[in-house]
Write a protein that binds this ligand. Sequence first.
Ligand code: C5P
Length: 231
Amino acid sequence: MIPAEKIIVALDTQDPVICTDLLHSLSSSKVWVKIGMELFYAEGPRVIHEAKALGLNVFLDLKLHDIPQTVASALKALSRLPIDMINVHAAGGLEMMQRSYEVLAGLNKRPLLIAVTQLTSTSEEQMQREQRISGSIQDSVLHYAHLAHQAHFDGVVCSPHEIKLIKENIGSTFLTVTPGIRPAGVESHDQKRITTPREALALGTDFMVIGRPITGAKNPREALETILQGN
Ligand code: C5P
């Protein structure tokens, strides 16, 4: 069995009708929903209120990346929304992450603050050639995770294959949020290094992000229930 509280369903749509249908099919399930750039830029804060009204926890996945002052100000504005998790790019730097934490730390109740390390769409060869970072992807992910931890972040987005490395080096309570999840027998789409929900759970994930296997199913609630059964 997979705990529903560990599943974050990625609402990657800009269609308000599809979004509302999905939210209703997920309500009462205890899963989280992820509202990313596509949906937030199309529909704005309204969808966050809609999800919260249905009792769903919200991860606002905007991957902020700018100078420290701008990111801190953006977080201040976004923190007025009823969100439970938010993220920034670790590549924005330690100072940017520290300023991000300071803004949220001043709130009565703050959302979990998560850093994006290396995107799972970035290959090692591409990272070395384009970002001029030598070493392995794992080294870079761990380095960014250390910086995020230093800035008092709650955790990082990473591949399920990096959970062990991060937990062993930083600590078991440092959260890992892992996309690239595919139930056995389901199409992998553009995800390259995938694990099943059961494998991700065994690897120690705190939150698994699952999109198309649920949102693209004929009956999303049924697809979710099948995943929760550990299939
Ligand atoms: O449909 P699928 O399960 O592939 O959706 C995964 C979600 O996780 C998408 O919203 C994607 O943008 C996001 N994501 C990812 N890899 C990352 C960071 C975020 O797939 N490294």
